[in-house]
Design a protein around this ligand. Structure first.
Ligand SMILES: [Zn+2]
Length: 319
């Protein structure tokens, strides 16, 4: 809850006491109240952006929230911080600019949540584009995201877990495979999976019990599959009879999967793997690795009890 005013505002026509937030335009035409926090804004701006608000204000029945100085009060059941983020995004064009700077996930989550609820396409789509950029549902998108390294969302320890929880809530299942993969690669101990991980501010990011099981099982299966399929396992296809090259590939394999249990599946070909390889392996290695990666990408949802990519994308909520 946010509380930025002084004493609660109470009057005979205002049965619900609330505190003023810092979003309080004196000439505003409606007061939204969420979690006892009031926001005085403009009906016209809300109605122009949202047919849900438009219908709410069009109702001929008087507001049940009362009024303050003749300004009607509308009670919302939303989190006050979500409402604050939504109003900032609607009233201040500089507030949410993911194309220019990485944005806080908490803001994107608020905009997804309330953008969906109030059918506000602009903020919903902008917030969604941050998430689909960082957590794509195509291999090409993943290669781009990997090379830009969190350019639209601010990274923190626990982010992937928080995003999974919001994506479940908003119903955007096509983001889940790469999110589960990133959790599996980043949070590798059962303790982290079952007890959660500590964010920078000391709070804990934790998955639902059902998603903990999905993550742990998927991680286990994927570690085995990736270990067995990694490109050096395909040596027999390379026409490579070179013993030193074979030793070199075995060494690369060991290093990639150390310590035991390391999940290495979707990373691209590394220049560091060239030295010591024979010519056919230098030539064929990157291609074999790319084939392996495509296969694992296509199979990614199945590791985490999810349907195929096309089905997941069709299930995504859109406005
Ligand atoms: Zn070779």
């Amino acid at each position: 809850m946010i509380a930025e005013g002084t004493a609660p505002i109470v009057s005979s026509s205002n049965p619900i006491p609330f505190r003023r937030s810092d979003i309080w335009y004196e000439d505003g035409s409606v007061i939204l109240v969420a979690e006892a926090t009031g926001f005085k804004v403009y009906k016209g701006v809300l109605a122009a952006n949202s047919e849900v608000f438009r219908d709410m204000f069009d109702l001929s029945v008087p507001s049940t929230g009362g009024s303050v100085d003749g300004c009607p009060i509308v009670l919302l059941s939303d989190d006050a911080l979500d409402v604050k983020h939504l109003l900032n995004a609607l009233l201040d064009r500089e507030f949410f600019r993911p194309m220019e700077n990485p944005q806080p996930f908490a803001v994107a989550a608020s905009l997804l949540r309330l953008g969906k609820k109030y059918a506000i396409r602009r903020v919903y789509d902008e917030a969604l584009s941050c998430l689909t950029h960082e957590f794509p549902s195509t291999l090409e998108g993943w290669e781009r995201a990997e090379s830009t390294d969190y350019s639209r969302l601010q990274y923190y320890v626990g982010l992937e877990i928080d995003v999974i929880n919001v994506v479940r809530e908003i119903n955007l299942p096509s983001l889940l495979p790469i999110l589960f993969y990133l959790c599996a690669a980043s949070y590798d101990s059962p303790t982290q999976i079952f007890r959660g991980v500590e964010r920078g501010d000391g709070s804990v990011a934790i998955l639902s019990r059902a998603d903990q099981e999905i993550l742990l099982t998927g991680r286990h299966l994927m570690v085995i599959e990736a270990h067995d399929l990694f490109w050096v396992q395909l040596s027999s296809l390379f026409n490579c009879n070179s013993a030193p090259c074979g030793q070199r590939k075995a060494l690369v394999h060991r290093e990639c999967f150390r310590p035991p249990g390391t999940l290495r599946a979707l990373c691209g070909w590394s220049e560091d793997w060239y030295p010591g390889l024979c010519d056919p392996c230098r030539l064929n290695g990157p291609h074999a690795h790319s084939v392996y990666r495509k296969y694992l990408w296509e199979s990614l949802p199945s590791f985490f009890e999810l349907p195929e990519w096309d089905t997941l994308r069709a299930q995504d909520h859109t406005l």
